[in-house]
Design a protein around this ligand. Structure first.
Ligand code: GTP
Length: 212
């Protein structure tokens, strides 16, 4: 049976209640947009597999509650994250101002090497915009992050943002991934040799495809 994925990474969504974290995840994993707002309780997660550089990356996306009362629970997930997506709502200046607090929590609780991007969601709501693109971009630059404006409603840039943060995590863990894939290749090669017996000849061209 072919492997379903080569590596698994955990990404965490952080930001105020109502900025659209759940909707972004739904759009990315189910190509679906639900306009109702049912606040996430504690933490929820969704999965999607991406193929990057020939590597099948299973992404576990943790959707955290933005409400203050769940912060004790959600902070317990920070240390296991390899990537973080900070989300604000372009129609809400307060959600943008609160990023300082979200970023400081990440500094306190997440691993140093965690990869981060900044997302301004609801880009379809241009009429109600309170945070300019330049403000978002400038803050991202200050924090050393890449910046995206997305819309879970129209689907604009959602896949691009999640794919990019996954790429950053993959790059940061490239060495571990190469080691892992290398040892898997060695294991498969050895298994094949054993199966062929000492007399058997191993056709190199068939080895790689025998990932079963
Ligand atoms: N116009 C527009 N509305 C959006 C978009 N994304 C989310 N919304 C709306 O914003 C509201 C909140 O979305 P959620 O995804 O539930 O917000 P959340 O950040 O997960 O909220 P919590 O679970 O409370 O932390 C919903 O009513 C959505 O319909 C978007 O891209 N455009």
């Amino acid at each position: 049976m072919a492997k379903e994925y080569d590596v698994l990474f955990r990404l965490l969504m952080l930001g105020d209640s109502g900025v659209g974290k759940t909707c972004m995840l739904r759009r990315f994993t189910e190509s679906y947009f639900d306009p109702s707002h049912i606040s996430t309780i504690g933490v929820d997660f969704k999965m999607r597999t991406l193929e990057l550089d020939g590597i099948k990356v299973r992404v576990q996306l943790w959707d955290t509650a933005g409400q203050e009362r769940y912060q004790t629970i959600t902070k317990q997930y920070y240390r296991r994250a390899q990537g973080i997506v900070f989300v604000y709502d372009i129609t809400s200046d307060s959600s943008f101002q609160h990023l300082v607090k979200w970023a400081s929590d990440v500094d306190d609780y997440a691993p140093d090497e965690v990869q981060k991007i900044l997302v301004g969601n609801k880009s379809d709501e241009e009429l109600y915009r309170q945070v300019t693109r330049e403000q978002g971009s400038k803050l991202a630059e200050t924090y050393g992050m890449e910046f995206f404006e997305t819309s879970a409603s129209t689907s604009s840039n959602v896949t691009e943002a999640f794919t990019r943060v996954t790429e950053l995590v993959l790059q940061a863990h490239k060495r571990d991934v190469d080691d892992l894939l290398g040892s898997l290749d060695d294991y498969l090669e050895k298994a094949l040799e054993e199966e062929m017996g000492s007399e058997g000849t191993v056709d190199k061209s068939t080895q790689k495809t025998c990932a079963c």
